[in-house]
Design a protein around this ligand. Structure first.
Ligand SMILES: Nc1ncnc2c1ncn2[C@@H]1O[C@H](COP(=O)(O)OP(=O)(O)OP(=O)(O)O)[C@@H](O)[C@H]1O
Ligand SMILES: [Mg+2]
Length: 228
């Protein structure tokens, strides 16, 4: 019961001119209450794995089990609902909707999850304040710096207090001070109920996690061995 997300014999291949095996028979159990970092060389499959975990992409073989339920990747409506209810996702790039302001981008995630407009705006403003972006709430993504865009994406990912947070190089666009702030925020929301998984190329930030994972040659390895 303790295992909230399980990967079972999970593989992912891409076929272009020839077959590329990115994830090769991966088995792993992510447990509630823990923060996981994911490292690995560029192209090792970190984003691929995170996209499967957040039901955006599907594996070629094997299963993803969330809360003891096998995910059916053909049920896109159900999976959209699962994603909206349980997941907060920060993508590696292109996080925001270009035609909506910062405030709207954040609020939409709450509205999509069933909150009313006023409540959604109130919550968004609170997060904007926390992320020191209150004075950018009416800016469109093209009127924000890369780092500001990323912080708006962070606010959007956190607005529904998700139990699973997936962040793909969340600090990639942030300067060191903002990256540290981001991780402080992330570690502050750690709780018994949450699973937090982030990919990073930064060794310092990777080392902050409870469990450090490495993707190499299609295999997922635990590098500190605390979560075997
Ligand atoms: N849609 C696709 N079709 C074919 N190959 C793909 C596709 N998406 C990704 N790949 C390939 O799969 C491999 C893994 O990509 P992925 O984006 O998961 O790597 P990553 O570990 O996130 O890299 P980075 O650190 O640069 O973000 C790469 O070699 C990439 O070229
Ligand atoms: Mg990536």
């Amino acid at each position: 019961m303790n295992n909230f997300i399980e990967l079972k014999n999970l593989s992912k291949n891409y076929t272009t001119t020839k077959k590329l095996s990115v994830l090769n028979n991966v088995n792993y159990k992510f447990k509630k209450g823990k923060i996981y970092s994911l490292v690995g060389p560029s192209g090792s499959g970190k984003s691929t794995l995170l996209n499967i975990l957040s039901l955006i992409d599907r594996p070629t073989n094997g299963n993803l089990i969330i809360n003891n339920k096998k995910v059916n990747f053909n049920e896109s409506k159900i999976n959209d609902k699962i994603r909206s209810n349980f997941f907060g996702i920060i993508y590696q790039e292109k996080n925001l909707l270009n035609d909506f302001t910062a405030l709207e981008n954040i609020s939409l995630a709450a509205i999509a999850n069933g909150k009313n407009l006023n409540e959604s705006i109130k919550l968004s403003n609170k997060l904007l304040l926390k992320l020191k972006l209150k004075n950018r709430s009416n800016h469109f993504p093209s009127q924000l710096s890369g780092g500001e865009n990323q912080r708006i994406a962070i606010a959007r990912a956190l607005i529904n207090s998700p139990n699973i947070i997936i962040a793909d190089e969340p600090s990639g666009n942030l300067d060191y001070k903002n990256a540290k702030e981001f991780f402080k925020l992330l570690f502050n929301i750690k709780s018994k109920e949450k699973i937090i998984i982030y990919a990073t190329h930064n060794r310092y930030f990777a080392n902050l996690a409870d469990c450090r994972l490495q993707l190499i040659n299609g295999k997922l390895k635990s590098i500190n061995g605390r979560n075997k």
